[in-house]
Each structure stands twice: as structure tokens, then as C-alpha cells.
Design a binder for this molecule. Structure first.
Ligand SMILES: *[C@@H]1O[C@H](CO)[C@@H](O)[C@H](O)[C@H]1NC(C)=O
Ligand SMILES: *[C@@H]1O[C@H](CO)[C@@H](O)[C@H](O)[C@H]1NC(C)=O
Length: 189
């Protein structure tokens, strides 16, 4: 009787031990898998960003977007394009304010920038459509056009009447965003 009882206890202890060890093994494997995925995504973002003109900006922008964690290359391009549309639209509105506040002789500058940003927004909207149709070559052309137009807007302030550009940071920002799209679409094409 005592022997049977002891055998039962040993059996139960063994069972509990097996259960615990098997469940910790599963958890450990799950955690490792999760960590590997995160690691891959992070180095992937860095690898993509290393082909852009502003690596730190690119890494910051993409890593601070929650969608990045589950994105592939196409997804990163869509995120950049999406942020670029939002940013360019915001700047377009800001330019309208600047235009309304400007002296008569400076209004031309803001009018030119407003036109540039109209094209920029149109470029990004077309780029979204081209991405959907896997036309990455055309996406790349549109992204580069946006970069050039942001720099056109910046250069407007170098013609008379020469004033300090109030759009330097925004133009640079927009160009950096468009450059992410350019780098991604180049890789995809
Ligand atoms: C969008 O533009 C604003 C205003 O210039 C800027 O502060 C912000 O960082 C930009 N966002 C991105 C993602 O580039
Ligand atoms: C335009 O002028 C108004 C009134 O002075 C001011 O509140 C606003 O901040 C100005 N906007 C810009 C973009 O300078």
C-alpha cells in the first residue's frame, strides 16, 4: 500500500514536471521567434533607409509608425507615400496662409510654391495608384519629380525680391520623405 502510494506520488511529480518543462519550452520558442521577427524588421528598416539621403530621418519616420512592424518593402513605400501626402497637404495650407500674409511684391514667391506643391500632391497621389498596379518605375519617376519640385520651391526665394525662405524645413522634410519612396520604388522595380 505504502509502495503504491509512493509510486503514485512519483508518477504525479513526474507528470507535473513534464507539463512544466514542455510549457516553458513552448514559451521560450515563442519568445525567440518573436524576438527574431522584431530584429529582422529593425535591420530591414535600417537597410532600406541606408539607401536614402537622410538615413536618421528615414529610420525615425518609419520606426515611429506602428504599421512598420508588420510591413514588407511595399508596405514601407506605402507608409512613406501616405505620410508625404499628409505632409504636403499641410504645407500647401501653410503656403496659402503665407501668401495671404505676404506683401504684394512677395506674393509671387508663394504663388510659385503653391503650384509646386499642387504638383507634389498630385505626384504622390499618382504614385499610390502606380504602386497598386506594381508600376514601380513610374512610382520612382514621380517621387523624384516631387523631390525636384520641393527644391524648386526652395530656390524661388533666391530670385528678387530675395527673402529668407520660410519653407526651408518643410521643403527639406518633404524631399526626405519623397526620397524614401524613391529608394523603395527603386528596390521594387
Ligand atoms: C510633416 O511636416 C511637419 C511640418 O513641417 C513636420 O513637423 C513633421 O515632422 C512632418 N512629418 C513627417 C513624417 O515628415
Ligand atoms: C498670418 O497672419 C496672421 C495674423 O497676423 C497670423 O495669426 C498668422 O500666424 C500668420 N500666418 C503665417 C503662416 O504667417
Amino acid at each position: 500500500m505504502a509502495y503504491l502510494f509512493r509510486a503514485l506520488v512519483v508518477y504525479l511529480v513526474l507528470l507535473v514536471f513534464l507539463f512544466i518543462s514542455s510549457s516553458t519550452t513552448t514559451t521560450a520558442a515563442g519568445a525567440r521567434e518573436l524576438r527574431i521577427n522584431v530584429k529582422v524588421t529593425k535591420s530591414f528598416v535600417y537597410e532600406v533607409c541606408s539607401q536614402t539621403r537622410n538615413i536618421n530621418f528615414c529610420v525615425d519616420v518609419l520606426r515611429s509608425d506602428p504599421r512598420t512592424e508588420t510591413s514588407d518593402l511595399f508596405g514601407l513605400g506605402s507608409i512613406a507615400n501616405n505620410l508625404a501626402i499628409i505632409n504636403a497637404t499641410d504645407t500647401q495650407n501653410y503656403i496659402t496662409d503665407l501668401f495671404n500674409n505676404a506683401t504684394l511684391d512677395q506674393k509671387d514667391h508663394f504663388h510659385m510654391c503653391s503650384l509646386d506643391y499642387q504638383f507634389i500632391i498630385s505626384d504622390f497621389k499618382q504614385a499610390a495608384d502606380k504602386m497598386r498596379h506594381s508600376d514601380y518605375k513610374e512610382t520612382n519617376t514621380l517621387a523624384i519629380d516631387a523631390i525636384n519640385r520641393a527644391s524648386d520651391c526652395e530656390n524661388v526665394f533666391l530670385s528678387p525680391p530675395v527673402i529668407q525662405s520660410p519653407l526651408t524645413q518643410r521643403n527639406k522634410n518633404l524631399g526626405d520623405l519623397a526620397d524614401i519612396l524613391a529608394a523603395v520604388s527603386k528596390r521594387l522595380s
